[in-house]
Design a binder for this molecule. Sequence first.
Ligand code: FES
Ligand SMILES: [Fe+2]
Length: 389
Amino acid sequence: MAQTEPAEDPGELPYRRHGIPALGFENYWYPLLLAREVGRRPKAARLLGRDIVLFRDAGKLFALEDRCPHRGVKLSLGACEYRNSGTISCPYHGWVFDGASGRLVAALMDGPDSPITRKVGVRSYPVREHAGMIWLWPGEMAPTALEDDVPEWVGDQNRFFSIPMYTDYRCNWRALVDNWGQDHHAQYVHRSSPELLFQPVLPFALTLEPTVLPGNKGIAFKRSGGMTSAEFPGLGRFPNNEWWRVMKPTGRGNVRGFQESKAHRVYGIRNQSEVWLPGLVVVGRLSGEYALIQWAVPIDAGTTRCFNINNFRRLGRWREMLDRVHYWLWRGWAHDRIFSDQDKVLVEALVPGPERLSRSDVGVIYWRKFAGANARRPDRPAEAARDVA
Ligand code: FES
Ligand SMILES: [Fe+2]
């Protein structure tokens, strides 16, 4: 029987030409878990399709490949049996691995003189705790400083504090970052979210000017122009007469003053929203007292961890308490749940296949070109901006 070529995965089509991999750009730091989720008891996780076990011992944090090379059992089912040794023991035949190097230091059922000891090992991953989160480097390249990949105000404990949370989406990470690429869905989709329900629908059909950020970290989107309502022939007006939209706009889309805003001075954010490599969006508020990161963390090809890092400026003890209460009573619910879930439903409903892009997709196209051309890779470690126009 004649062999046939496997059919091309239609979900790959829009990304293949830009070189954006299904499992994510591997040579970056990623937030993976909340710090409190990892203790002495081994914790299983997955990142960029790799199964990883994390544990703490002797005051240190370790991350190893989650598969025992002996007969393949998951190390995460094992235990840190020898306290303060920085090791983890496989639950099947007691092979014991060093957390830092991944080397086999003992094979308990093979005896203390086992010749296999120190001859085999598992992969160990660079891992850090920072700002209440566990960060992991899944790549083959030597890790960069964590600070190269994370905005400096995350973890600057003297000036800011963070409230991180995450939700797992059943979609590929690329769909989530495209969703953040200023594709003009927000005015349509989120107009019914609690945050925007009483505000006029934001201008749509905006002009979008993407600019590359210094250090080639990502893109800032400057928005201007647009209309807040229009007549569509044969249909009528959009938006319809919605009398309850009585509030004033909050300043979203107010790009004229952004470079002079506190958000720019405090957080260094340009033009309200920026999309960074390897796949995160940074959103500032004009007040300069709050900024949000949403990070698309590829778990595997069909799962993405949407990591929300809510960041607040420290403005005294009482204000911090108020900010935390406000987050738990309002923002955490209104944004991190309701608003984000409106996106979740849609990106999980994407059916892979060819796309017909329109003029509102300028940001998406620009992001894809930028990401494919600029992501850190072994053959491309330089940070010089590449022309993606
Ligand atoms: S499978 Fe791990 S020790 Fe045997
Ligand atoms: Fe959205």
